[in-house]
Design a protein around this ligand. Structure first.
Ligand code: PAF
Length: 282
């Protein structure tokens, strides 16, 4: 396994790999890898001759007052995870290589970026789409793998790929959970023991939503209202959003159907957690 920091070197590597008929699978990350990332890498290992992992904490997707400076970083531990998962190349550029002085080009996806995380984190998806476009141009993957925990991000990237005619197969992988149900996230390390316990209310809300539907409820607003009451029982839960949306348009739904996804964002102290899940089997 090699680590490449230079954009030119990375591009040269993939040009040669593609010229020799090799397929490239790519897992873009911000590092501080956990088992959820490992599941993406394992899928990537199956889908390409060469598996590239990028580790780049992208400054343009963090808003003012967000955790860019504090975002957890551990390249040494990430390298161990990567090696065990069969990664061929870690691409770990510096911010100055990705955004040199004079940098002025950004990618905006309209519509599905306007609600949910897009509403509470203005500019976030502009930063994500910009860096993902750049990474795709540098790594030139045939396939790229993303986690479904960032459900809106996955939908936005699929939209961008389709709209910009990027010849890349986007694969979404299921959320990877701790044994007690908490969705794995690099940000979980910020949680105090008490907040870690309270945070279980996110995955419990998905189960509760499914139970309400199994019991015959189909009205999205009343389900959201019950889930809101339930989450508020946790003393430090500060709800950012609880929404039931159509899986493709991400527009709010009135009535539950097989396309309904429950999306949650809740803060515990300064840690903002997200989770999501389909509410009804197709
Ligand atoms: O999901 C992430 O870790 C990031 O948003 C991504 C896709 C690597 C872009 O920085």
């Amino acid at each position: 396994m090699d680590t490449i920091k230079s954009v030119n070197e990375m591009q040269q590597f993939v040009i040669e790999a593609r010229a020799s008929g090799k397929t490239i699978a790519f897992v873009p990350t911000m590092g501080f890898l956990h088992q959820g990332h490992v599941s993406l890498l394992e899928e990537g290992r199956k889908r390409g001759d060469i598996l590239v992992l990028s580790i780049f904490v992208n400054p343009t997707q963090f808003g003012q007052g967000e955790d860019f400076e504090d975002y957890p970083r551990d390249l040494q531990q990430d390298s161990q995870f990567a090696k065990a998962a069969g990664v061929d190349i870690i691409f770990a550029p510096d911010a100055s290589a990705m955004y040199p002085i004079g940098y002025a080009t950004y990618v905006d996806v309209d519509g599905i970026t306007s609600n949910l995380c897009g509403a509470s984190r203005p500019g976030h998806f502009r930063g994500v789409c910009t860096v993902v476009s750049k990474l795709f141009n540098i790594v030139q993957p045939h396939t790229a793998i993303f986690g479904a925990k960032d459900f809106q991000q996955l939908a936005v990237i699929k939209r961008m790929i389709a709209d910009m005619n990027m010849p890349i197969d986007i694969v979404g992988m299921p959320i990877f959970r701790e044994d007690d149900g908490l969705a794995m996230s690099s940000r979980n390390v910020y949680l105090s023991d008490d907040h870690r316990k309270q945070a279980l209310v996110l995955s419990q809300s998905l189960n509760l939503g499914r139970e309400l539907i199994a019991a015959g409820k189909t009205d999205a607003a009343s389900i959201v209202s019950q889930l809101t009451d339930n989450i508020k029982m946790q003393p430090d839960a500060d709800i950012d959003y609880i929404q039931i949306c159509h899986q493709l348009s991400l527009e709010d739904q009135v009535t539950i159907d097989a396309d309904s996804v429950l999306l949650l964002a809740v803060r515990f102290g300064s840690t903002r957690l997200i989770d999501n899940g389909f509410l009804r089997e197709a």
